[in-house]
Design a protein around this ligand. Structure first.
Ligand code: ASP
Length: 354
């Protein structure tokens, strides 16, 4: 029987890192072909094509690198791959996967993976992650799910996944609703479905917007936000306390920033959504939304920054940006899943955007 074709590209990361090349610790050296060659069972699973796009740590990847990988992945499915696997550093996986997801307009799965341990370390997880990623890429049930992140035998939606541990093998999570699926006896099984949105147009080459990400903290009176306003950023994402709160002092600065450009409000907690109509104090979510801030909804601050970057790079207005956040930051399984609200408390009934 003909094996399904899967294209695998490497962007570097720990999964490619070895020691002894003039650096003190491990550094990226291995190619995509090296990675595939180290896992012979892969060749029984799929007809693999390997390509090394970049050999860099995750921290050094940028928007241009990710868009280059996107273009490579589109070409690979056009040429007949049933799915695509991208290998990269885990440090920025949650951001790159979401940027790819926003612009991935194919039903074929685009699967990202990496490793927490370098290949020469006992118990290295790269080979198992690579095999799980290839299995996910070939699974018919993965079609239409967009960009997926496979680590530690779990399949996560790009819009929800987060690196939530610096060193553990199980470093990735999708709080609070959990991963979409699991790898089990060589198959990908799904239990949760993500809400898929139409792909955004590809960013134009001309302009890379400057989007700041600012986490507020104890005693923050808005001084750093003032510097961001003065530095003329195109937009800012505020990673706010709890369900979307900042200090009284900072609240006024949010009004100033919103007069200049889009200000997106996200939660710094790592799980859960920004509220819309619960708290009423100065600096609360309601106060900041009334001052013009845009809710990130269920998107975390890093993903919100990626979405804002993509929208600004398309030249979208603040109103279009607001609508896009309402749609993409809304309930993880789509508006139909928003059931059981008290009628007097349902966001729609209050005229809010999600
Ligand atoms: N610790 C990272 C990794 O897991 C390093 C990187 O992102 O390149 O790959």
């Amino acid at each position: 029987m003909e094996k399904p074709r899967v294209a695998v590209a490497s962007l570097g990361g720990t999964i490619t890192m070895t020691a002894g090349h003039g650096t003190r610790g491990v550094a990226p050296t291995l190619t995509a072909a090296d990675l595939l060659g180290a896992v012979p069972i892969l060749a029984e699973t799929a007809d693999l094509r390997a390509e090394t796009l970049i050999t860099a740590p995750g921290a050094s990847l940028g928007f241009t690198d990710v868009l280059r990988a996107l273009s490579w992945a589109r070409d690979a499915v056009t040429e007949g791959a049933v799915g695509v696997v991208l290998v990269q550093g885990t440090d920025t996986l949650e951001e790159t996967s979401y940027l790819l997801d926003l612009h991935w307009d194919r039903p074929e799965p685009l699967v990202l993976t990496g490793a927490m341990r370098p290949p020469r370390q006992p118990g290295a997880d790269g080979p198992a992650n690579l095999l799980a990623a290839v299995l996910t890429a070939t699974a018919p049930s993965s079609r239409g799910l967009g960009v997926l992140v496979v680590m530690n035998d779990e399949v996560h939606a790009a819009a929800r996944v987060r690196k939530s541990d610096a060193t553990a093998l199980g470093a990735f999570s999708s709080a609070p609703f959990g991963p979409l699926g699991r790898i089990h006896e060589g198959c990908a099984y799904y239990a949760n479905g993500p809400a898929r949105r139409p792909a955004l147009p590809l960013p134009a080459d001309r302009h890379s917007p400057r989007v700041a990400l600012l986490e507020t903290c104890l005693g923050d009176d808005g001084d750093l936000l003032r510097l961001i306003i003065d530095a003329d950023y195109d937009g800012v994402v505020i990673s706010a306390f709890g369900a979307g709160h900042v200090s009284t002092g900072m609240a006024g600065m949010v009004s100033k920033a919103a007069e200049r450009g889009p200000v997106v409000l996200a939660s710094r907690t790592g799980a859960g959504a920004v509220l819309s109509h619960t708290y009423g104090f100065t600096g609360s979510e309601q106060d900041l939304l009334d001052r013009g801030a845009i809710s990130a909804g269920w998107l975390d601050a890093r993903k919100a920054r990626i979405l804002l970057w993509s929208l600004l790079s398309a030249g979208d207005s603040v109103e279009v940006i607001r609508e896009a956040f309402a749609a993409r930051g809304g309930h993880p399984s789509g508006p139909d899943a928003q059931v059981g609200c008290r009628p007097d408390n349902a966001p729609a009934a209050r005229g809010r955007h999600w």
